[in-house]
Design a protein around this ligand. Sequence first.
Ligand code: LLP
Length: 406
Amino acid sequence: MSVRRLADWSDTRLRRLADEYGTPLYVHDHDRVRENYRRLTGAFPDADVLYAVKANAGRHVLDTLREAGAGAECASAGELKRALDAGFAPEDVHYTPVNPPARDLDYAGDRLAGTDATVTVGSADTLDRLESRGFTGRVLVRVHPGVGAGHSAEVATGADAKFGVPRDRVHGVLADADDRGFDVRGLHAHTGSGLLTASDRDDHRTVVETLAELVAESPVALDRVDVGGGFGVPYRESEPPLDLDAVATATRDALAGLDVELAIEPGRYLVADAGVLLATVNTTKETDGDLLAGVDAGMTTLIRPALYDAYHAVRSLAPDAADRVPVPTSVVGPVCESADVLAEGRDIPRVERGDLLAVGNAGAYGVEMASTYNSRPRPAVVALAGDDERLVRRRETLADLTTHEA
Ligand code: LLP
């Protein structure tokens, strides 16, 4: 099953988990993560799959994907630490820093110098900075392809000059890295995040073609092309899934004739629909337009709706939901900002205080982007595997909020 909708989760199990662990609660299903991984590797049987840790860096997720056979793509010293501590072998780790702070590179130098890890450099001067820290190992050069796509402009990184080396300078950076004694392996680009439509696929293909051209004319022999992540999942019930086979075929076609190993960096595709967020309705309010359901999760728990205007399905888990009349409902959180809206104008069986709501596709960029704004402790996370369940992240307490203050 390539799509898992919110209705596919067991209401009774979710209600029991909310009773047991309280809300707001993230529930992550590791069987689904494994299924997603198998489907992806089925479409890309020859690719090196590096999980983009930023989508969900929980140790439980890293363990599941490492055991399934994935490597790890890390964007920061923190992600690098998590991946190495979780047991990913350095040769399976790609570090893809963006304008890396000195402290991050100090850490990367300490842990990666002398290993087979790969560093993807997005700026010519990162080579200096790595060399001065003793790292002269495997490198990829990140290309700024000038073409981006994704669920919103904020994540269409391929079109943002902050990321990668301009096309006309790529060969110079490759030659420079080679001269300095780095083990120059290949090129990298990331089109953007949340690729779903045929037009997104075309943009992705254009990016891969750009990489292929640059490899073919490279002054240094290259054996690796990393096309980044970005494989999207449907968030709306009406959206069809990404045609993964079409993406894989277009990628292979664009690279035809080159003797290179392919790497991909999926984040969302592996974990998004493996997670739901559970929230309890504490307040209801009639307005002229919608019924407002005030819940105990908000933009500090799941920021995607506030930040990207992202759509997440919402479902009532009230045992008698089927007997209630659906009314236009907006689901709002407890944060003192008008942006604190999880869902707007949805037809949901009339909510009542005490009801439990489930928010779908919360496994990617959910708990990972949670904050303590408004001094709200971050939520707990429960991981499921078969009939087993485990609290993998305890709910933060009010005392946790001040532990870092001097
Ligand atoms: N590789 C690189 C170099 C990336 O920058 C990213 C995501 C990925 C891989 C993984 O992309 P994915 O497969 O998960 O789409 N917070 C946003 C997503 C930002 C992604 C940024 N880069 C969201 O909630 O939609």
